[in-house]
Ligand binder design. Sequence first.
Ligand SMILES: Nc1ncnc2c1ncn2[C@@H]1O[C@H](COP(=O)(O)OP(=O)(O)OP(=O)(O)O)[C@@H](O)[C@H]1O
Length: 275
Amino acid sequence: MSETHHTADTQSPSGESRQLTRLAACNLSHGFGDGVVLEDISLAVEPGEILAIVGPSGTGKTTLLRLLAMFEPPDRGTVEVDGEDVWALSDDQRLALRRRIGMGFQTRSLFSASVSDNVAYGLRVRQSWGERLRSAIENVVGRRDPAPSVERALETVGMADKMHRDARSLSAGEAQRVAIARALAPDPDVLLLDEPTSNLDPRNTAAIESAMREARSHGIAVALATHDMQQAQRVSDRTAVLLDGTCIESGPTDRIFENPADDRVRRFIEGKLVY
Ligand SMILES: Nc1ncnc2c1ncn2[C@@H]1O[C@H](COP(=O)(O)OP(=O)(O)OP(=O)(O)O)[C@@H](O)[C@H]1O
């Protein structure tokens, strides 16, 4: 990244300093083979807000999150961090940006180890080589206490009391919460969550929604893909509605729900737009 790009810091209530990060899709189009999945999407997630990306199944929400997470370059348009086209940067520069993004994706499963080791894994993969070397040395000399950030992340999702459990023994809801703790442990500037509460009971759903609010209160930019309109209404500041790969409306969540401009959005909210 160039030396001149704009960044800003904020002080969270806990006194930490954070780089405020804006992640944006600009005129982004993408497809697989001959099929177009996303068409001309322009959408940003701002620091300290929760953006809900809603729409029927198969409309391209996961694809959009994967592009925002820089898994692959879009066919057309750009993904930008603080105004920088991430695919115009060097691999190292892009990797440095990617380390600032926490991801909770549906397919990400926990491995066979303790809950705290699973969460610490999120820390290790985002460490620089120097930091990794230091942790490796600490492991060799036997300092294996969970890092404070691992404990904090588990507390945020209400799982600190289970940090020594084998991750394979967790319920689906608990495992989802641990997967989110893993995304939170490196203290990302941006958090991307793909259907983080699908198939969860109200208690686990509430724990995950409160973790999202907590992330927002620390200045993290949170983007949430969900087909659950009530969830979007409960937690998000802004909502973007995707239909057939295009963003048909976006704006403040209250306004979208109370007075949508697009009739398809109104029908989707009312549950009358069936796919
Ligand atoms: N790697 C891929 N190869 C081919 N087609 C793909 C690939 N990934 C996604 N698609 C297609 O792109 C479309 C959008 O999929 P995507 O998973 O982004 O939708 P979604 O809105 O997240 O759906 P859901 O809510 O069901 O998860 C689907 O038709 C899907 O089959």
